[in-house]
Design a protein around this ligand. Structure first.
Ligand code: GYE
Length: 306
């Protein structure tokens, strides 16, 4: 640094806080919006951002984090692709005295001193909101309701928790049955191919619950190709509320979306500043979210930023 003794601890040559961020990949519209927001907010905060895209691979995330440790960045943040297998690299960061912020997704490490805080949504709650809507939709009816579930990346926190919350919400209604569940890896193309298989193997699907908008949008293509009407012949519930999802919701092809906000950048930069300064931060920082019906989507779409 060049500002004398008071810039000690700031890793950048020019005294800027250096943030190393390891992103999952670019699997969905949510992820793209999340990446853009983090880049924009890092610039707005005057931080130097070292951004690394892991292409959906845990080994690449671990390598990126090790790289950040070698480069002695001030703060490391990352969105773990899966929940397990992080203890060793988190221990390395801790031993190097570099604070870590979990962003968006959780890890299953028992030792919570391995990271400073976890910023992101409550995915169990999201799954519950999706299930509660479905229960309400079929209230007072006893006919069987056949649900197929397109799950997110296997072993990821949002896939585990959205499955769990949904199952809890519907469990008191034995007529509502999950007849098929498979991963579509949070991707549009996979959502389409898995839905094609569901449609071939299961003739009477009433409802699709997709763990994100992209998989739901891929499934809509498969449903239309099979000569059925998405939103009518098959009701569709998704999570995220990105613009493409909201557009399909407003058009009646999706029936309900549970919001999951990708705009974590501002809160992440504030937390990075604080952990760098050695200030206390809460162990858990939750994002505020809502839900959307088609009418609400129509009203919200003109101002939707992502
Ligand atoms: O819902 C999905 C993305 O971790 C909350 O990851 C995130 C999820 C999001 O691929 O679209």
């Amino acid at each position: 640094g060049c500002g004398g003794g008071d810039d000690k601890g700031s890793g950048g040559d020019d005294g800027k806080l250096v943030l190393g961020f390891s992103q999952v990949g670019a699997e969905s519209g949510w992820r793209t919006a999340n990446t853009k927001d983090i880049q924009a907010e890092a610039a707005a905060a005057g931080f130097e951002l070292k951004f690394s895209d892991a292409g959906g691979k845990q080994e690449q995330q671990i390598a990126a984090i090790r790289g950040f440790i070698t480069q002695k960045v001030d703060v490391i943040a990352f969105s773990p692709v899966v929940t397990s297998g992080w203890d060793a690299v988190l221990k390395e960061a801790k031993d190097a005295d570099i604070p870590v912020i979990l962003t968006d997704r959780a890890v299953d490490s028992q030792d919570t001193s391995l990271y400073k805080t976890f910023l992101g949504s409550d995915f169990v709650e999201e799954g519950k909101k999706a299930g509660n809507w479905l229960v309400k939709e079929y209230e007072g009816k006893n006919e069987p309701v056949n649900v197929v579930e397109l799950q997110g990346t296997t072993g990821s926190a949002p896939a585990i928790d959205r499955q769990k919350g949904f199952a809890e919400a519907i469990k008191a209604n034995p007529n509502i049955k999950i007849v098929k569940a498979q991963t579509g890896d949070f991707k549009r193309a996979d959502g389409k191919t898995v839905m094609e298989q569901f449609l071939q193997s299961t003739p009477d699907i009433d409802v699709l619950y997709a763990h994100n908008d992209d998989m739901g949008l891929g499934a809509i293509e498969a449903i239309e190709a099979a000569g059925k009407k998405p939103g009518k012949d098959i009701k569709i519930i998704t999570v995220d509320a990105v613009k493409d999802g909201m557009t399909a919701l407003a058009a009646g092809k999706i029936n309900y979306i549970v919001e999951c906000s990708p705009l974590l950048g501002k809160q992440l930069m504030d937390l990075a500043k604080k952990v760098k300064a050695g200030e206390d931060v809460p162990q858990r920082v939750l994002t505020e979210e809502t839900t959307f019906t088609p009418e609400q989507a129509k009203a919200a779409l003109p101002d939707r930023k992502y």
